[in-house]
Design a protein around this ligand. Structure first.
Ligand code: CP
Length: 296
């Protein structure tokens, strides 16, 4: 049984396979069941809001010839008089469908999920810093712009505690992409984002776009569990026209979105910003992920 709960569930060969499959699936004529069970059923169990992940997986399922069922009426909410446990909910859902895509505010661990689930579980983002599907979408956007195995200088800017930032850093480490820098206010650093074999150089005084091939704007919310940032603190880590001018000509700018005001309005017409292409291509990557978990 293949679950995808974390980037660490994937070896390098698995990542390369998903990248290759995503590339094939970008061609409209290749949107096919291609090994997935015809008419397979996927459940979307999202316990937190989502636009891209929820819709992207629903569309990916449909393009592969399956049916996506959105679960809105789960009974596990703690404000109910007799809430059902998350574990029971997940088990019931898993027993009825072929694959479950889950977003939860809690960490989603293999030790918890494996004994419960009779079908593959894909994380759509959890509270343990995991967002593996997003990390693969981000890596695919990098690969679309730059050939594999070329050394790249990647900058991750924003709140390093966010699951997208953490998972992207992890997939870069697993692919041994070196020269990763992080730009974050002291209050939004994450000491454990520096992962095995890939030290991340951290800068806390502001964004510096010089010498980057990829700038990943992870998002920098005003408020988080780590306190509030004022406008001036956030502005130092925004992509402004001044920083855009310092970004190399062939570089790309990515973001898992949503973008609130981390990218200045004047920058959006710049062709190096690939955020919407990244989001659009995410459907093909999610199709490849579904095939990866369902075909084994
Ligand atoms: N990138 C991402 O996870 O977006 P959503 O929260 O809209 O799913």
């Amino acid at each position: 049984m293949r679950h995808l709960l974390s980037v660490d569930d994937l070896g390098r060969e698995d990542v390369e396979r998903i990248m290759f499959d995503s590339q094939q699936l970008m061609m409209p004529s290749n949107s096919t069941t291609g090994g997935t069970r015809p008419e397979f059923c996927a459940a979307l169990l999202f316990l937190e809001p989502s636009l891209r992940t929820r819709l992207g997986f629903a569309v990916a399922v449909q393009r592969l010839g399956g049916n996506a069922v959105d679960i809105f009426a789960a009974k596990f909410h703690s404000d109910m008089s007799a809430p059902e446990s998350f574990a029971d909910t997940l088990r019931v859902v898993s027993d009825m469908v072929d694959v479950v895509i889950v977003r939860t505010a809690e960490p989603l661990s293999r030790a918890e999920v494996s004994p419960l689930c009779s079908t593959p579980i894909i994380s759509g983002g959890d509270g343990g810093g995991n967002h593996p599907a997003q990390a693969l979408i981000d890596l695919f956007a990098v690969r679309r712009a730059f050939p594999a195995h070329r050394p790249l200088r990647v900058g991750i800017c924003g709140d390093l505690n966010m699951r997208s930032a953490r998972s992207f850093a992890r997939v870069l480490a697993n692919c041994r992409l070196e020269h990763v820098s992080a730009f974050a206010p002291v209050a939004r650093l994450a000491t454990d984002i520096a992962v095995d074999g890939m030290p991340i150089e951290t800068q806390t005084d502001g964004l510096d776009c010089r010498n980057l091939d990829v700038l990943y704007m992870a998002g920098l919310p005003e408020r988080s569990g780590k306190g509030t940032l004022d406008h001036g603190q956030r502005q130092r880590f925004a992509l402004t026209p001044v920083e855009m001018a310092r970004l190399p000509a062939e570089a790309i700018v990515l973001s898992p979105m949503p973008v609130i005001d981390e990218i200045s309005p004047e920058c959006w017409s710049d062709r190096r910003i690939k955020v919407f292409e990244q989001s659009r291509d995410g459907v093909a990557v999610r199709m490849a992920i579904l095939r990866y978990v369902l075909c084994h």
